[in-house]
Design a protein around this ligand. Structure first.
Ligand code: 2RA
Length: 340
């Protein structure tokens, strides 16, 4: 016996990936419903070898459904997640709305699977920000071996992180630069993104950090360890899919780069591709469609006593969103709901 699953936001980038990954991982689904806003009502989406017609999120009755994967953004989540939760359907939400709520678990199954046990306070579990998810997967096994004091991270985030319009914008701008007859207008980003980088993701805060940078700090503390100091600079780059991160780590105790590489090689969800030669590392284009968080360029940081540098790449629509949400559903099933 399997689960009755709902995917809310099924026509978006993340919603479609959720359906792909539920099918690829053969999640035990007895029945599935795909929901969309009235604007996308009736749009057909694929689930394995099936074609499903979207239903109206606004009128859908969640009673009798086991798990709802939400990828609808904070606004609609605020309206519909409580309704689903009150109807007894456990919500796994990809928006930032509930991540910082002390009564809502924020879960990366490779790091804190036991946190799903606290789901019943609000019947909601939160998925972390995409740039946080891949980083904590890499940090967790190293933190267990040699406690992490401080992390300095710079991100190079794909445009798909901010939705379909941003993908179209990069495509249009790139075409127009190669073919000047086509004109383009900046729809999503404040400046040209094609052949450029923009050090601004989400809104600016009084501290001068952006909300994206604040999320990485706050979420890493909630998922891994509140004592870890994190400072982040999040940058948008002209890549369609795949977030990259340059991560500098300071430990309480010395950790040799070779031992760190061996630890990461054995760690769940991680693929180490790290050779000091041409092409001996991963780039974002190569991670697209993969489940793994890739680690390359591991090396001692000799400027401090106990430091390491590494390069971390992952598909932001998968581990950064849809895959992590499905893994939370798998973990919830194994630890709590126990069907399937
Ligand atoms: C971004 N992390 O990349 C944010 C939201 N997905 O735009």
């Amino acid at each position: 016996m399997g689960y009755r699953i709902v995917v809310a936001g099924a026509t978006g980038n993340v919603g479609r990936e959720m359906l792909n990954i539920l099918a690829e991982r053969e999640f035990p689904v007895d029945e599935i419903a795909v929901l969309a806003s009235r604007r996308s009502l009736g749009t057909e989406v694929t689930f394995g070898d099936k074609t499903l017609k979207t239903q109206d999120l606004d009128t859908f009755d969640f009673t009798g459904w086991d798990i709802a994967l939400f990828a609808v953004g904070s606004g609609p989540t605020k309206e519909y997640a409580p309704k689903a939760a009150a109807a007894g359907c456990v919500v796994i939400d990809n928006s930032s709305l509930y991540r910082y709520d002390p009564d809502v678990p924020l879960v990366v199954p490779e790091c804190n699977p036991e946190a799903v046990d606290g789901y019943s306070k609000k019947n909601i579990i939160a998925n972390p920000n995409c740039s946080t998810a891949q980083m904590v997967v890499a940090l967790k096994p190293l933190h267990d071996r040699a406690k992490i004091k401080r992390v300095v991270v710079s991100t190079y985030q794909a445009v798909s992180g901010s939705g379909k319009d941003a993908i179209d914008e990069l495509w249009d701008q790139t075409k127009s630069i190669y073919n000047p007859t086509d004109d383009y207008e900046a729809k999503v980003y404040p400046k040209q993104i094609a052949f450029n980088v923009i050090p601004h993701i989400d809104v600016f805060m009084d501290s001068g950090d952006t909300k994206e940078e604040w999320k990485m700090v706050t979420e890493t503390k909630k998922i891994l360890d509140p004592s870890i100091k994190v400072t982040a600079t999040c940058v948008r780059v002209p890549v369609f899919v795949g977030h990259s991160e340059s991560i500098n780590i300071e430990f309480e105790d010395f950790l040799d780069e070779d031992e760190a590489r061996d630890i990461l090689r054995e760690a769940p969800g991680i693929m180490v591709i790290d050779k000091r030669e041409d092409g001996g590392y991963v780039t974002p284009i190569e991670c697209v469609g993969d489940f793994a968080t890739f680690i390359s360029r591991l090396r001692q940081d000799v400027t401090i006593e106990n430091g390491l540098n590494m390069w971390c790449v992952s598909d932001n629509l998968r581990k950064g969103a849809a895959l992590n949400a499905v893994q939370i559903a798998e973990t919830l099933g194994k630890r709590v709901l126990k069907k399937g």
